[in-house]
Design a protein. Structure first.
Length: 335
């Protein structure tokens, strides 16, 4: 069993030395257990938080433990009444090639319904995050302007397309010309702006002539600073992620204190700024699976996967994710 363990807690950007690869015996399932062979491992920005000991909404991975992560797996041996050999399941088995499960949290997947890797992306946690955060907090109305950054990624790509399905105008922010072309031409956003352009803030303003009614926050940092002055009265801001800050060193200070001005605008523009972790909306998952599957079938919800071959390449692929080097939902093909 190949496993990737957390070796050290990074301060700043993770490096390959923060991970170790080891080989252990493939475990034997006991009564009531299944042995899973991992087919796909999802790599997601939240894993940076699990590498850190800082207090958060979930406990960190212990040093020396297998890195946590969502997986699609095949049941190799079953001693559990609900699972048979050959079943394909969604599990949370982490960065390894085999794992045991007692069935808790496993969800059977139908390989005939959709490619099974989509259970980690557009039909999984990231797609659901987009759906629940946008519709429950953002509440886009027809004709409104919805802005989302990391727009070619797993969450952002779905946010903009669902905004369009709801009749809103979708403006994406992405890094570099290739991602921008994809967001506009393939995903069908109404406009897209490259956050690496020197005149990014002016370009964003030009792309949002009626201001911004919903800003789905994935990034923070310079993108947030460009967005904030453009928010309209009564704008809604689902705060989903702040990836521009995940690799900040402990105690780093990014400059002048903007909080008083931010608070003033929250007051005078009656803004709603509301953070969320997707599990909070778990009771909407059934609706999501049904609606998202239909939108995909109708060609209204498209997705792109960035597939990395081999578990041993997971650490570098994860480091690159936090640098914006992925293009689409990042998954590792493990077997
Ligand atoms: P993506 O597939 O979008 O990949 C991350 C992307 O973030 C990169 O490709 C890059 O895109 C962008 N990025 C990275 N660094 C920066 C930076 N410094 N400034 C601007 N953009 C940057 O990842 P996900 O779709 O999986 O996640 C998107 C966000 O959603 C993350 O913040 C994540 O933490 C959050 N999230 C939150 C959940 C919740 O429950 N609250 C659940 C799931 C995800 P580009 O090159 O285009 O800039």
């Amino acid at each position: 069993n190949r496993r990737i363990l957390l070796a050290a807690r990074p301060d700043g950007e993770p490096t390959p030395a923060d991970f170790t690869i080891d080989t252990a015996e493939v475990p034997e399932p006991g009564e009531g257990q299944v042995l899973l062979e991992i087919l796909y491992l999802s790599l997601d920005p939240y894993m940076r938080g699990r590498m850190s000991a800082a207090k958060s909404y979930a406990a960190p991975v212990e040093i020396g433990a297998v890195m946590e992560g969502g997986t699609v797996a095949r049941v190799v041996t079953s001693r559990h009444p609900d699972f048979a050999e050959g079943d394909i399941v969604l599990s949370h088995s982490g960065w390894q090639s085999y794992a045991l499960s007692d069935g808790t949290g496993l969800r059977k997947l139908d390989p005939a319904a959709a490619p099974v890797s989509t259970a980690l992306g557009v039909l999984g946690m990231p797609g659901f995050t987009a759906y629940a955060g946008l519709l429950t907090i953002g509440k886009p109305k027809p004709g409104e302007t919805v802005v989302v950054a990391a727009a070619s990624g797993a969450v952002g790509s779905a946010v903009g397309q669902i905004a369009k399905i709801k009749g809103a105008r979708a403006v994406g922010i992405a890094g570099g010309p290739e991602k921008c072309a994809f967001v506009r031409d393939e995903l069908g956003f109404d406009a897209v702006v490259d956050h690496r352009a020197p005149d990014f803030a002016e370009q964003l303003k030009a792309a949002c002539p009626d201001g911004i009614d919903v800003y789905f926050e994935n990034v923070g940092g310079a993108v947030w600073e460009a967005v904030f002055p453009l928010l309209n009265p009564y704008a809604r801001v689902p705060v989903c992620g702040l990836i521009a800050h995940y690799n900040e060193k402990a105690g780093s200070n990014t400059g002048r204190d903007r909080l008083p001005g931010t608070m003033r605008d929250i007051l005078t523009k009656s803004l709603t700024i509301r953070g969320f972790i997707q599990i909070e909306f778990a009771d909407q998952r059934r609706d999501f699976y049904r609606e998202a599957a239909q939108w995909i079938a109708e060609g209204r919800l498209k997705y792109k996967e960035d597939v990395v071959e081999g578990l041993e390449n997971a650490p570098n692929a994860f480091i690159d994710l936090l640098r914006g080097r992925n293009f689409g939902k990042l998954v590792v093909k493990v077997a």
